[in-house]
Ligand binder design. Structure first.
Ligand code: SF4
Ligand code: SF4
Length: 830
């Protein structure tokens, strides 16, 4: 087990003081609870006996006021609460209200304006958690409502104010990756007024898009972006522009560093200190006028990787005309440096500097966007296709270079072996993808790339014989199916089958593709001048290293993992770090561009105020108890905990108030109870356990259900909303995440009278706090073992993983657990 030690250097939040009255609440005043009972517009008055509830609440110590109404979260009802806080000096507010989440927000806002800390409010749902599911047993429902109200009041009495803190946030952003997504995000943010640093590991911007030449489905040039708003010449004329002619480099608050990579990141959200290593270019970008004199004298020639090694370039080179930056670069692996120095002599602007050294640049930024793209899989590992062995077996990117008019063959597809035009071309789909030996996933864009290249060839050379061997052709995007139809109409042939072998006939210098046509059920031997492999698209080479430096996760395929694929597709688990484009998964240009816009908006939203404001609903460590066990730092799903030295050789856990999400997973992990949540103390959990189990009022044994505030609670809500019945002996205690639950909470419930205990959380792979549900399951297993050792049936305890739409499953589970504990008989604790 390893834990981060003292690496947190993030800025400390400045606590925003609320009105001083709260301090009195905490230190001097006794809790004066106001209880506001809503019958939800009369909806539940026929089920719950509100007279009995009112009389009951009045008897609870600490209750200073009870009010009844139809709704308390708006209008006159809300005014009643505000008035009670202002004039009757109520300092804890308990509201039984419908739609608790919305109610809670409105009530908390109102009480704050009235001068009370908004976290001294407790809202409970008597409709969906009591009246509706128990409508057939109104008397039992009323007794359960009493228990729920008592639990809310007892918790409210123990509530403590939670402060708000402000953390400074720099309005500057680092974008890593100068491909289409990185450039688009950088341009968006610079246009919005942020200071943007765009870094690219290669000497030139453009990434894969620059090499790919054209994009489907429009067949237009790949390397265009939405024009910068700051480019006055273009903004009124067109919505997109070639990046080389877009004014991109002239956006005032955008700086571009090429040959650069991130080597270290310190600090935290809003204040990252990033160390960037910049390899020498050996040519001063500001002085170089791209006159090309240097290449004419340079004696060194090497295969040009940018152009699929089909031609050679000099040791000093530029990718192609109009590339950014428009300055030459020296290939350090090829250059003879001072042995030669001919370029130095010939350069008219003295731009060449062979003594340039690697530099380290420090960038202070508020957030980071990762747009490092993807790359082609190296198919040479797939022995049956002989890539790297037969020169005429190439990849799509290599074909793209041939189809570029600026490319090595001037736009003509040729056989690399003899440079003769390729007339018979076979494309092989899913090379290294959808294949468990290499990459199990579908790379999603390779079918369209093959269709694009096939149609481009047929357009230029109608007599060319073009065949695509496929497993299935996937054309799921808008206009993509028309693209497929167009290819068929142009005479592109399709063979359903994955080729088993590519053979080279040396006598004719012809390739033979062996494939079984699955539709016609016959073996084919397709003769080809050129075989193009539609390879898998895989994560960029440095993805793993960069993820480690940034402290963010990769998915099972090695791409950067988003926080939530559906709702937070450009965020990562580390606040302030965003991802977009092909770094997340292979994408076509429109989708990468869309993703980049989204990441830019998220980053802008994060920093736009120049500060991050948050309620300090976070974990706190009691240093006197912390035993330096290192459990919590490795357990926290957000890496919010570091170990700080105490000076005596010991370390204590320290929670970052900025990063902590307040889930409580660490609380459930700490073996000595040294860490707790500000907004849910152990005493509040115990008080609720006792209160919920102090009144039964039914003929059935009491069951306590610990539920998380997310999917678990939503499932229980939906059970009530859907009028699904379950017995009133089942009581619910809400916690932020089931990960907070400790074995002792479960034992406490049994001790307080529960005959059965349920733990209701998210699905293990859908936990809102990543690991909470899994941790809870482990705690349940441990508690079962302990129960068994004490002679108590472990079946009395069970965990359920539900989602919102599974209210019926909660109702079934509540019934099943009740019946089970009834069968087991009364639990006798010594
Ligand atoms: S110094 Fe290097 S880049 Fe310059 S001309 Fe000589 S080999 Fe070429
Ligand atoms: S409450 Fe959750 S996010 Fe905060 S430190 Fe504990 S485990 Fe981490």
């Amino acid at each position: 087990m390893t834990a981060r030690k003292g690496s947190s250097k993030e800025s400390k939040g400045k606590v925003v003081r609320r009105k001083r009255r709260e301090m009195k609440v905490k230190t001097v005043e006794e809790a004066k609870v106001g209880v506001f009972l809503s019958d939800c517009g009369g909806q539940i008055a026929k089920i719950l006996d509100f007279e009995a509830l009112t009389n009951f609440v009045k008897t609870v110590p600490g209750v200073a006021l009870v009010a009844r109404g139809s709704e308390f979260w708006r209008g006159e009802g809300l005014k009643t609460i505000v008035d009670a806080v202002k004039t009757k000096k109520i300092n804890r507010v308990v509201v039984a209200e419908t739609i608790p989440k919305i109610s809670e927000i409105a009530i908390a806002k109102a009480v704050e304006e009235a001068g009370l800390n908004p976290h001294l409010v407790e809202v409970l749902d008597l409709k969906d958690h009591c009246a509706w599911p128990h409508r057939n047993t109104p008397r039992e429902a009323t007794e359960k409502a009493k228990a729920m109200l008592l639990a809310a009041i007892e918790k409210a009495k123990l509530l403590e104010p939670v402060e708000k803190a402000e953390f400074p946030a720099l309005k500057s952003i680092l974008v890593i990756g100068g491909g289409i997504a990185g450039m688009q995000a950088a341009e968006d943010l610079a246009d919005m007024g942020f200071q943007v640093h765009l870094i690219e590991k290669e000497p030139f911007l453009g990434g894969l898009a620059a090499k790919a030449v054209r994009f489907f489905p429009t067949d237009d040039c790949a390397i265009c972006i939405q024009s910068p708003a700051t480019d006055l010449k273009t903004v009124t004329q067109t919505s997109r522009k070639c990046v080389y002619r877009s004014g991109f480099s002239e956006i005032p608050n955008l700086s571009v560093l090429t040959n650069a990579k991130v080597v270290k990141v310190e600090g935290g959200p809003g204040n990252f200190k990033v160390t960037v290593e910049r390899k020498p270019r050996y040519v001063d970008e500001k002085k170089c006028v791209a006159c090309d004199l240097c290449t004419s004298v340079c004696p060194v020639e090497v295969p040009d990787e940018y152009n699929a090694k089909l031609i050679k370039r000099k040791a000093i080179y530029i990718n192609k005309p109009l590339v950014y930056p428009p300055a030459y670069a020296i290939d350090a692996k090829a250059c003879k440096f001072h042995e030669c120095a001919k370029c130095v002599e010939v350069c008219p602007t003295k731009a060449v500097n062979l003594d340039q050294k690697t530099e380290h640049v420090t960038l202070n930024v508020g957030s980071i966007i990762v747009a490092t793209g993807f790359r082609e899989y190296d198919p040479s590992v797939i022995k049956e296709y002989h890539y790297g062995e037969y020169p005429d077996v190439i990849t799509h990117l290599e074909l793209a270079r041939m189809l570029d008019a600026f490319g090595p063959t001037g736009g003509v597809p040729v056989k690399p072996s003899d440079r003769k035009p390729a007339k018979r071309i076979v494309f092989v789909q899913c090379v290294g993808s959808r294949d468990r030996r290499w990459n199990p996933y579908c790379s999603s864009i390779c079918c369209m790339i093959s269709l694009k290249h096939a149609t481009l060839i047929k357009e230029a050379y109608p007599d060319a014989d073009v065949t695509i061997c496929y497993i299935d052709i996937r054309t799921t995007g808008r206009e993509h199916e028309y693209y497929y139809e167009k290819a068929r109409e142009m005479g592109v042939k399709f063979v359903k089958g994955r080729p088993s072998e590519i053979i080279h006939d040396p006598a004719t210098n012809t390739l033979i593709v062996e494939v079984e046509d699955e539709l016609l059920r016959r073996l084919l031997e397709l003769e080809a001048d050129l075989v193009v492999l539609a390879t898998a698209m895989v994560p960029s080479e440095d993805a793993k290293e960069l993820a480690q430096i940034l402290g963010i996760e990769l998915d099972q395929d090695g791409f950067f993992k988003e926080y939530n694929a559906k709702l937070r597709p450009t965020e990562t688990k580390r606040r302030g770090i965003f991802i977009c484009g092909g770094a997340v998964f292979p994408k076509d240009a429109p989708t990468a561009s869309l993703h980049a816009h989204s990441a830019a908006v998220k980053a802008a939203k994060f920093l736009m105020n120049g500060k991050i404001v948050k309620d300090l609903k976070v974990a706190v460590v009691n240093e006197d108890y912390c035993g330096n066990c290192q459990f919590c730092p490795v357990t926290c799903p957000y890496n919010a905990i570091t170990l700080e030295p105490k000076g005596d050789g010991h370390f204590v856990a320290k929670v970052s108030e900025l990063i902590c999400e307040g889930c409580g997973v660490c609380v459930g992990t700490c073996p000595v109870g040294a860490i707790e949540l500000r907004h849910l103390k152990p005493s509040q959990i115990s008080a609720q356990i006792k209160a919920l189990l102090s009144i039964n009022g039914t003929s059935k044994p009491l069951v306590l259900a610990f539920s998380c505030s997310e999917c678990g609670h939503a499932a229980i809500d939906s059970s009530g909303m859907g009028m699904m019945s379950y017995p009133a002996n089942v009581r619910v205690l809400r916690v932020p995440c089931t990960g907070i639950i400790q074995v002792q909470h479960i034992l406490e419930a049994f001790k307080a009278g529960a005959q059965g205990v349920m733990v209701v959380g998210c699905k293990p792979d859908g936990c809102h706090y990543e690991v909470g549900s899994q941790k809870a399951q482990k705690k349940v297993e441990m508690a079962k073992t302990l129960l068994q050792a004490c002679g108590i049936e472990p079946e009395r305890l069970e965990m359920f993983n539900l989602v919102f739409i599974e209210g019926d499953k909660f109702a079934e589970a509540a019934k099943a657990v009740t019946e089970r504990v009834e069968r087991l008989g009364l639990l006798q604790l010594a």
